[in-house]
Design a protein around this ligand. Structure first.
Ligand code: FAD
Length: 489
């Protein structure tokens, strides 16, 4: 066990809360634990255990040659308020970075050519007639089929449905293939015919239920947005980041935690959890170093496959349930170029690629157009995505080969021939959880079973929300639930 801070002695009147996993979820849990404990803090010792040498998990930002590279997430959604709220609480207001709204086009590759998503498309739904009617992206029969959404009756009941079945039913196959699959499944790196709509885009279900049509619902949403704009109230961009990259959030949490009386232990892998008390607290954490540590309460923010292994001695059925959450592998290839004749000036946020195009990258973000200060003056930064369901074998290639593939694809799609001044591969092996049909129901069962042991909470991207705001919310909820459970014990 390596210590990034000295481990404080446990006083006889103190109870011990351990958070396992030092990604954004685990760090947020620690932050909100202190808030939830309030004046009770002195009666608790809190420890964070992280297997690796750095804290932050997938929030990983590097600087090289004047470029700022996010290897994992590059922004967060503002409609889910928890990331923005946390940034403000951490005093990061001055570092908050809007997306470049003047260049917000997203392109879709169709038959080898890039087409802008028609203006007015909200989520996946057209809300402006003319740009949609004139767009060459969707065929005329495809457009007419999308228009049928206005007449197709709403589905009754609130059973879960896959994204694929929902979009096919309301907007047709072409809208699924060309917009929903690359855009929405792309966010979750999932197969649309396995992805649970209820667990990922519940808003689409709500819109159907409320308006009986996605187009009518999105038109209403657009009217609301226009009213906000006209009222002069400042509207937030849909996505934001930080000047120092997304890792600034977890660095901010680490800096905050450093001022608190909390043991932060890096290079500390937990390998299993047992109990001294027939399946409940106090728990005994068995570390890779051979040491054991006793805890009265646990928050496990490790990936669910790891969590499954940890809890097996405690509860084999819970371990089996956790083991059903599948993961896929992805990689991000970041390439920085000096502008020149072989490097076209890019505009927009980037492009997405439907599976039917059969390319070896799945999407590309123009990072230096999407955000300011990602590349030095006169340079551009791009991030290409690879892997995901059905496309993981490409990740068997070594880094040099992946870079070559990314460059070939950019040459084909954008005509970008230049030699990059920086190139970097970030790999995420089996680190993208898949939210299959009825995922949230299974998660509710897992959480109830975990909590039945005593103060034991599951939080993180495997459960209810992969995005950074949802991970922060889960950390907050886990902290509050643990404190409530400990008050009951
Ligand atoms: C390429 C990519 C792009 C993304 N883009 C976006 C985006 O733009 N916006 C967005 O909102 N979200 C995005 N996401 C999703 C988001 O980044 C993640 O869902 C989120 O960061 C997960 O945080 P976490 O704390 O739950 O998990 P992790 O970050 O995986 O943290 C888990 C931690 O547990 C530790 N651990 C594992 N085993 C043990 C053990 N035995 N003992 C102790 N510690 C252990 C790990 O080392 C790790 O630090 C992206 C994800 C990826 C991979």
């Amino acid at each position: 066990m390596d210590k990034s801070s000295t481990r404080s002695p446990l006083h006889s009147n103190q109870r011990h809360i351990v958070v396992v996993g030092g990604g954004v979820t685990g760090l947020a849990t620690i932050y909100y634990l202190r808030q939830a404990l309030g004046s009770q803090s002195e009666t608790m010792r809190i420890t964070l255990m992280e297997r690796g040498g750095r804290l932050g998990g997938k929030l990983l930002t590097e600087q090289a040659g004047g470029f700022l590279l996010d290897g994992g997430p590059d922004c967060f959604l503002t409609r889910k308020p928890w990331a923005l709220e946390l940034c403000r609480e951490l005093g990061l207001d001055d570092s908050l970075l809007d997306t470049n709204e003047a260049q917000r086009e997203v392109y879709v590759l169709n038959k080898g050519r890039l087409h802008a998503l028609p203006e007015g498309v909200m989520l996946i739904v057209p809300t402006r007639f003319l740009p949609f009617a004139l767009s060459p992206l969707i065929s005329i029969p495809g457009k007419l089929r999308m228009g049928l959404d206005l007449f197709i009756p709403r589905r009754s009941g609130d059973n879960d449905e896959t994204l694929g079945s929902f979009v096919r039913r309301r907007l047709g196959q072409e809208a699924l293939d060309k917009i929903a699959e690359p855009l929405l499944s792309g966010i979750h790196v999932s197969d649309p015919d396995q992805l649970s709509l209820k667990s990922t885009f519940p808003r689409l279900m709500e819109v159907e239920r409320k308006y009986g049509s996605l187009i009518r619902g999105m038109l209403a949403a657009r009217r609301q947005m226009n009213a906000v704009r006209k009222s002069g109230r400042p509207a937030l961009p849909m996505f934001m980041s930080l000047e120092g990259g997304m890792q600034q959030i977890t660095d901010g949490l680490v800096a905050h935690i450093a001022h608190l009386d909390i043991d932060v232990l890096t290079h500390t892998a937990v390998i299993s959890i047992t109990s001294q008390n027939s399946g409940g607290a106090p728990y005994v954490l068995h570390l890779q170093s051979g040491e054991t540590v006793q805890a009265d309460a646990l928050v496990l923010s490790t990936p669910s496959d790891v969590t499954s292994r940890l809890v097996r001695p405690l509860d084999a059925q819970l371990a089996d349930m956790l083991g059903t959450i599948r993961y896929v592998s992805t990689a991000v290839v970041a390439l920085g170029y000096k502008n020149g004749p072989e490097v076209p000036r890019l505009s927009g946020f980037g492009f997405i690629i439907p599976e039917s195009e059969q390319r070896r990258i799945t999407a590309c973000t123009y990072s230096s157009t999407k955000f300011a200060a990602r590349a030095p003056e006169g340079h551009q930064l791009l991030r290409c995505f690879m892997g995901g369901p059905g496309r993981e074998t490409i990740l068997e290639l070594d880094d040099q080969a992946l870079l070559k593939v990314a460059r070939q694809e950019l040459a084909d799609i954008l005509g970008l021939q230049g030699t990059p001044s920086i190139a970097r591969v970030f790999r995420w092996p089996k680190m993208n959880p898949q939210y299959d049909l009825n995922h949230l129901d299974r998660v509710a069962e897992m959480r109830a079973r975990a909590a039945s042991h005593g103060p034991l909470q599951l939080a993180g991207c495997a459960y209810d929300g992969v995005g950074v705001p949802d991970c922060i919310r889960q950390g907050k909820e886990a902290a509050e639930a643990i404190v409530a459970q400990m008050r009951e014990c």
